[in-house]
Design a protein around this ligand. Sequence first.
Ligand code: DON
Length: 311
Amino acid sequence: MESLVDGYLRHIMDNVRPDRSGHVADYIPELARVDPEGYALSLCVHDGHTYSLGDSATSFTIQSVSKPLTYAMALHRHGPEAVDAKIGVEPSGEAFNEISVDDRRRPKNPMINAGAIFAASMLLPSRRDVDEADIDAAFTQILEFYSGCAGRRLEMDADVYASEKATGSRNRAIAYMLDSFGALETSPDAALDLYFRQCSIRVTTEDLAGIGATIANGGENPRTGRVMFSHEIAQRVLSVMTTCGMYDGAGDWVTSVGLPAKSGVGGGILAVLPGQLGIGVYSPRLDEHGNSVRGVETCEHLSRDLGLHMF
Ligand code: DON
């Protein structure tokens, strides 16, 4: 017999499934090809128990949901002062791929592409002549860190990576703009390569819920007990997710859902109830901000019905 929680999650899915609005990302063929009807929802609670529903075995690329994790790694490696000197924490009110910086010529926050590419650059050696082996080494650390947060060994999708790299003119423009300001301590191409790789890591909603629960739990994965980062870093990551995670849709999101979150063009959303819960949702049709339409609706339902709004 279906448990109360499973029955409730099914009720949400039945509610949001009829919505066919929005469009699947189509800037690369691998994303355009996904089943637009795909839908999955997972919740990971404080003891690590995970409830899942829908296509929770279907993996998709993490895309921008990676940004809080790489930011956490940069904070861990360099400390908050050094990271703040390079990447702001103000919401941009602009699209995720806007070519812009603040009045100190820093990316406005780590959740938009400019800040995320910068955060990735901070994981590479601080010299210009980095080679393939340096990028491989940095990516091994990324994969190890993301996997530890998810509680499972993750892998990169080589086809998505190749396509991201082939079509990434906008991101290249951003990285070269930052480089022209003398801000990058490494090669812009290496930073881009690392960013494209991190975006191409495949996850399921169970992975996102596990990552969310790890952040909710102050850096300790509740399934494995492994400590991935400190409370201070978790607090920092949750703060920027709250103010900047849903891009220029962040104000609407905070008002209606009231949870720190991060979306990705692969159709995933990661949301966190600090101290309690990680939520992973997948549905690939996106709204005008690049956020999953049914993912946002799902989180609105959960927040309203379960009283998850933080304020
Ligand atoms: O940088 C890009 O264009 C993508 N690989 C990731 C962007 C993304 O997921 C934006 N989020 N909604």
